[in-house]
Design a protein around this ligand. Sequence first.
Ligand SMILES: C[S@@+](CC[C@H](N)C(=O)[O-])C[C@H]1O[C@@H](n2cnc3c(N)ncnc32)[C@H](O)[C@@H]1O
Length: 197
Amino acid sequence: MSRRKDYYYFRARKEGYRSRAAYKLKEIATRFDIFRGVNAVLDLCCSPGGWLQVAKEYLGDKGVVIGVDLSEIERMNGVIFIKGDIQDEKIVHEILRVTNKVDLVLSDCSPKVSGIWSLDHERQLQLARASLSIAKMLLREGGSLVLKVFQGAGYESLLDEVRLSFKKVYTTKPSASRKQSAEMYVVAKYFKGKEKP
Ligand SMILES: C[S@@+](CC[C@H](N)C(=O)[O-])C[C@H]1O[C@@H](n2cnc3c(N)ncnc32)[C@H](O)[C@@H]1O
């Protein structure tokens, strides 16, 4: 079996998820109870939409789910999609047109892989930093953030930055995350307070 077409790939196809990544969020959601009391979710780097599907399952018909990505997604009922770059500062204003009250920010960003590890790592870190900065502008006090970060240089300092803004911070590597991948997921709860856009 090829490295990319593993157990979670086939399971996602069978169960109708747009990505195997859906299982990472499902595991995180169960373990850290991140959807409790949540009415508005912002999913940064959402394409093709596995995490959006999981968010919709939790929210049902109530609340709002917003996704942002450089790449289009196939339309999804009840999801507002914004095509854009999360590193463009105008994106915050576009999201604010939809809602100014986000309870949960999700970020599963990966750059287009160049194959040069140090470059890919640095770009991923920039995407994680951009996500954290958007979360700090849009989350309500008490809200949560799930953030993918590649381990390596800069990882610890990013974690320290997250700890400054959230009361509880955990790190986890879900079973669906490939063992050889450097990715970790930071789960930050109880946001301390908003910064102005
Ligand atoms: C691993 S995929 C996300 C998978 C998604 N969580 C799911 O469950 O379907 C990473 C995404 O990051 C997006 N991305 C990378 N850089 C971006 C940027 N600057 N702004 C917005 N999206 C970006 C890519 O287009 C890609 O769709």
